[in-house]
Design a protein around this ligand. Structure first.
Ligand SMILES: Cc1cc2nc3c(=O)[nH]c(=O)nc-3n(C[C@H](O)[C@H](O)[C@H](O)COP(=O)(O)OP(=O)(O)OC[C@H]3O[C@@H](n4cnc5c(N)ncnc54)[C@H](O)[C@@H]3O)c2cc1C
Length: 411
């Protein structure tokens, strides 16, 4: 019996089913998802979904799963992996044997230990049910406080202010997105929030939520300030959903530990996407990335490994975030960066930050420069490092580097 079970119907899980068939896999594929919906696009949930109404956009139409013999078990949770018996047990009582198992269980919202964080008008945003609940509540809310200034919280701030709400963001750090972007971009993002009439408190510690019956009425800060709220959103990050793997004795260290082909120490079991911890080729240290690119590309590599065409995961990481009308895009990893070059200017709403590790290009962050983002991805994939003059000359010079011989600039 050849059967691959995929646990999790998010971006990575759905792509794994697609890629397995594309790689010619002829065994059975069973995709088990605890959500009620067919796999859908998550990024719009903090952007257009709240505004536009209607249903989420599906990753693939329903016919894809029937045409490709992918059995979907929705609203079903895998409760246990029995490695000795080579099967998973689901919460509906089913026990399903596997020859290969893919864990694409993603991440769940981090709930900080704040008094009142479980009150009924306190929300997190990880999936469509969260977004639907939030949309219903937001209709009647006028004052909304978002705790945490990460990508999702800030996207939501723009979306909710666009719906006519008064929005405040409370961030503990001294700058926004401090672990993800260069200071000049943090400052630009802050400026855009202010320009949209969003109140942002940096260096602000939340003491607790003031309770009125079963609801939060305000967020109180360590300094004593009270921010009135009829809706509170926790945008305080995510934790990888590693419970199944841990219980099955697989190595977990800020994510399920996998090798270059997304395989755990058990050769039948793979993990990918938000839940996987792997050695990133650029950084040479364990990394866990929360972005669509990583989930999709890792799914492609897992499918190759399962079909006997093992490859190294060395794809260029990339990510985007829409902050109101601002398009932020990142290619590569900035963790290894020790030097940056700025191109463009915040005043013109058009800039890029090139990050270098010694002489090697490792990451490019762009604001409203989608064309340059695409070029950056190609430069990183080809191992080409542009000079300061190339960067100053802009897109044509970068294109020329890709078109012609790299002439001493290859890293
Ligand atoms: C609101 C929001 C906005 C985002 N915006 C962007 C963006 O702009 N750009 C970008 O690159 N990325 C964005 N992301 C991140 C991106 O969506 C994730 O990185 C991506 O979804 C990861 O895919 P995944 O398959 O690893 O996990 P997920 O897509 O989260 O899927 C995991 C699935 O597994 C299910 N599951 C977990 N445990 C079990 C179990 N035991 N049994 C059955 N099912 C289980 C979960 O319910 C979930 O459906 C955003 C995420 C969110 C939540």
């Amino acid at each position: 019996m050849e059967r691959t079970i995929i646990v999790g119907g998010g971006h990575g899980g759905a792509q794994a089913a697609v890629s397995l068939r594309q790689e010619g896999y002829e065994g059975e594929i069973v995709l088990v998802s605890d959500e009620a919906h067919l796999p859908y696009h998550k990024p719009p949930l903090s952007k257009t979904f709240l505004k536009a109404g209607g249903a989420a956009q599906l990753l693939r139409p329903e016919s894809f799963y029937t045409d490709n013999a992918v059995e979907l078990k929705l609203e079903t949770r895998v409760a246990e992996i029995d490695r000795r018996a080579g099967l998973v047990r689901c919460d509906d009582g089913a026990a399903i044997e596997f020859s290969s198992l893919i864990l694409a269980t993603g991440a769940s919202a981090r709930r900080p230990p704040i008094a009142g964080a479980d009150l009924e008008n306190v929300f997190v945003l990880r999936n469509m049910s969260d977004a639907e609940r939030m949309r219903a509540e937001a209709d009647d809310a006028s004052e909304i406080v978002i705790i945490g200034g990460g990508f999702i919280g800030l996207e939501l701030a723009h979306t909710l202010v666009g719906l006519g709400k008064q929005v405040k963001v409370v961030e503990m750090g001294q700058r926004l997105l401090a672990r993800s972007v260069a200071p000049v971009i943090s400052a630009y993002v802050l400026d855009r929030l202010f320009a949209a009439d969003i109140d942002v408190r940096l260096g602000a510690e939340v003491r607790g939520l003031e309770q009125a019956g079963a609801r939060a009425a305000a967020v109180t800060l360590a300094g004593g300030e009270r921010l009135g709220a009829d809706m509170v959103v926790l945008g305080t990050g995510a934790v990888p959903s590693t419970g199944l793997a841990e219980a099955a004795g697989l190595a977990v260290d800020n994510g399920i530990v996998v090798d270059h082909a997304m395989r755990t120490a058990d050769p039948r079991i793979f993990a990918l996407g938000d839940v996987a911890s792997f050695t990133h080729w650029q950084w040479q240290k364990p990394a866990r990335l929360e972005c669509v690119q990583n989930a999709n590309d890792q799914a492609r590599h897992a499918a190759k490994a399962i079909t006997g065409k093992e490859t190294d995961y060395r794809d260029v990481s990339w990510f985007w975030s829409d902050q109101g009308s601002t398009k932020l895009q990142m290619a590569g990893l900035s963790m290894a960066s020790d030097r940056t070059i700025l191109s463009g200017s915040p005043e013109n709403d058009d800039l890029a930050v090139y990050h270098f590790d010694r002489d090697r290009l490792v990451c490019v962050e762009t604001v409203n420069r989608p064309g340059e983002h695409m070029l950056a991805r190609r430069l990183l994939a080809a191992g080409i490092t542009p000079s300061e003059a190339d960067i100053a000359d802009g897109k044509d010079a970068l294109k020329a580097l890709l078109g012609g011989p790299a002439q001493g600039r290859s890293a």
